[in-house]
Design a binder for this molecule. Structure first.
Ligand code: HEC
Ligand code: HEC
Ligand code: HEC
Ligand code: HEC
Ligand code: HEC
Ligand code: HEC
Ligand code: HEC
Length: 422
């Protein structure tokens, strides 16, 4: 070190005072630059490391938890936590299971011999069927995962090692009671394997272990619960890192832009899960990302041109597409009426405003010659008459003591209905 100093002085000694001054200045600037850059690099790595993915897609995409977005998108995240999407797949606990464990409400009579009991233990929540009221249950199945926000109902899933099954008893919101799962027989049935496609519609990501889509084994630690930001927005890591480093930049970078998508691409982003059952092509579940063409991944299981084949439950896309509002406009899509970040159920006035946004700007005045007084009385409730509640053909249950009960779903076939019977 000392020797180096001697060499340095030696060189300096041979220089002019003025040159010395300039060289000194350059070195000083160099030192400042070095330290600021070095310092920034340290910050970058620490910020980068702080972003720990909750899961990783087989295509390499990291899944970052939505809590990471709060810093810059607080309102959206707060609203998002209340949506049916976010709550569509959750870990089972006292708060998330809507079915009751209270004495008078914790049983389900499946038939004259079999009764399900719903039991809360220290280790969790269980479904236990018994024969002829015998003490020992036929089996005791733990509810590990809840499917469904509970708007209409919930189903419960169980892990057996890495195998995922749907349990026989579900919950039905209209009757606030435990029920036999829709489609299950009136006798004890084996738990149904849960395939990838079920999770594809109800959650952000799950990784199938074998790669065979008819198998029900999943990596339990590589699962993202609920429909989170990235299900609709794709990769976010670069976006996060960039904006953390450049807090003054208010223009979104490194993130998919919805306003650059075509109408069909926007529709496909929702139709992935809102166009009823679909048959997959050779592409795998969870391989579709927003911006892709859905047709390449799956096609409808029903005759798209026959309205009779469409059920109001889960096929908003097929019904909307058949509506005159859709065919006569070149912009109408799901987000014309829906804010995907908000729980909007019941906010009728906001939906009516969406109808008016279009219909008051059209040259033809609205002429609901129906019943003027009734229209007024209903506070111009457009959807009550033109998007009425319709009974689902598929989402119905059969209760022991009573007849069939179907859930009412808002039809997306916007049109003129004869509602005299209602
Ligand atoms: C450090 C700040 C920051 C963080 C953290 C952040 N963003 Fe952003 N994001 C921005 C800014 C700035 C914009 C541009 C202004 C706006 O649209 O709010 C933006 C815009 C967006 C957009 C709109 C893109 C478009 O169409 O223009 C999406 C989608 C988005 N962010 C998603 C996310 C998600 C998901 C997360 C969490 C995983 C996240 N962001 C975390 C700063 C951030
Ligand atoms: C990954 C599949 C998936 C995608 C993509 C998806 N949804 Fe959904 N959506 C669901 C499921 C599942 C439910 C039912 C959730 C529940 O209640 O458990 C639902 C529920 C809804 C509801 C009812 C909300 C409520 O309060 O009950 C609306 C409205 C909706 N989705 C609109 C959209 C729109 C608009 C898009 C596109 C921007 C979209 N969804 C994309 C799966 C999806
Ligand atoms: C069900 C799909 C869906 C989910 C889940 C979702 N978004 Fe969005 N997001 C959209 C769509 C569709 C748009 C475009 C809306 C439009 O153009 O009207 C959008 C727009 C945005 C925008 C830009 C416009 C705005 O409203 O500021 C931001 C920022 C954003 N999303 C952030 C998020 C964050 C953060 C999350 C998670 C907390 C999230 N989104 C979850 C579908 C979704
Ligand atoms: C094609 C996508 C898709 C598949 C596959 C799918 N669902 Fe759904 N599911 C939906 C949509 C969309 C809704 C809500 C919208 C509606 O009722 O129209 C829903 C609603 C539900 C509800 C009621 C949620 C509530 O809060 O009202 C339950 C429970 C449910 N599904 C369970 C399941 C189970 C269990 C599986 C797999 C065995 C499954 N679903 C497969 C799309 C799907
Ligand atoms: C994007 C603009 C747009 C929106 C939003 C919209 N409509 Fe329309 N709607 C149209 C167009 C265009 C037509 C066709 C008008 C024509 O042919 O004269 C139409 C037709 C109709 C018809 C006649 C249907 C038939 O079968 O004859 C009804 C009823 C209707 N709309 C009600 C509604 C209601 C209720 C809402 C809100 C839930 C709504 N519309 C939202 C654009 C829109
Ligand atoms: C013209 C306006 C309009 C358009 C476009 C529209 N919706 Fe809706 N949607 C509504 C209204 C109104 C409701 C009823 C809300 C309520 O009951 O509070 C609704 C309800 C829903 C529900 C809940 C159904 C139920 O009864 O449980 C789902 C799911 C949904 N929409 C999905 C979609 C999807 C996916 C698209 C695009 C394919 C779409 N919507 C397009 C107006 C619209
Ligand atoms: C009480 C039920 C009712 C309500 C509420 C209602 N309509 Fe109508 N509407 C009707 C009936 C019935 C017709 C068919 C009239 C006919 O053809 O004689 C109609 C026809 C229409 C048409 C097609 C006829 C035309 O003039 O092109 C449109 C568009 C329409 N309504 C829009 C709306 C909008 C937007 C709202 C909300 C502001 C609304 N309606 C509220 C019952 C209703």
């Amino acid at each position: 070190m000392i020797q180096n100093y001697h060499i340095l002085y030696g060189i300096l000694g041979t220089m002019q005072k003025r040159t010395l001054y300039i060289v000194g200045l350059i070195i000083l600037i160099g030192i400042i630059c070095y330290f600021t850059l070095y310092q920034k690099e340290i910050n970058d790595t620490s910020e980068y490391l702080a972003i720990t993915p909750v899961a990783v897609h087989t295509n390499g995409m990291d899944f970052i938890d939505s809590s990471t977005c709060i810093e810059c998108h607080p309102r959206i995240v707060e609203d998002h936590y209340k949506t049916a999407h976010f709550n569509s797949l959750q870990l089972a606990n006292k708060k998330t299971i809507k079915g009751s464990f209270e004495k008078s409400k914790n049983t389900l009579k499946l038939n004259n011999k079999v009764t399900f009991n719903f039991i809360e233990k220290d280790s969790g929540f269980y479904q236990e069927p018994t024969f002829n009221n015998q003490k020992t249950p036929f089996y005791s199945a733990k509810m590990d995962i809840v499917v469904g926000s509970g708007t209409k109902g919930q189903s419960y899933l169980m892990w057996n090692n890495n195998d995922l099954f749907q349990l026989q008893a579900s919950y039905f919101t209209p009757t606030d009671s435990w029920i036999n799962s829709p489609g299950a027989p009136d006798e004890l049935a084996p738990a149904r394997p849960v395939l990838e496609r079920c999770l594809e519609c109800h959650t952000t990501y799950a990784q199938n272990i074998s790669g065979n889509k008819n198998k029900n084994q999943f990596h339990r630690e590589n699962l993202v619960y609920g429909i989170d930001c990235q299900r609709c927005h794709g990769p976010v890591k670069k976006h996060l890192v960039y904006h953390k480093q450049n807090p003054k930049d208010t223009i979104a970078k490194y993130i998919l832009k919805y306003n650059s998508l075509s109408r069909q691409q926007r529709l496909d982003a929702c139709a992935l899960c809102h166009s009823g059952l679909r048959t997959e092509t050779t592409e795998r579940a969870f391989s579709f990302t927003v911006g892709d063409t859905l047709k390449k991944f799956s096609f409808p299981d029903y005759n798209e041109s026959s309205l009779k084949d469409l059920d109001v439950h889960g096929n908003q896309y097929g019904l909307l597409k058949a509506s005159k509002c859709f065919t006569s406009s070149n912009s109408l899509n799901c987000t014309t009426c829906h804010n995907p970040h908000k729980k909007e159920r019941g906010n009728i006035s906001s939906f009516n405003q969406k109808c008016m946004d279009c219909h008051t700007t059209m040259s033809k005045p609205i002429n609901c010659s129906g019943d003027k007084d009734k229209i007024k009385e209903m506070d111009n409730n457009c959807i009550q008459c033109h998007m009425p509640l319709v009974k689902s053909k598929t989402m119905k249950i059969h209760l022991l003591e009573s007849e069939e009960i179907s859930v009412d779903v808002r039809t997306h076939l916007i049109g003129i209905y004869n509602l005299k019977n209602n």
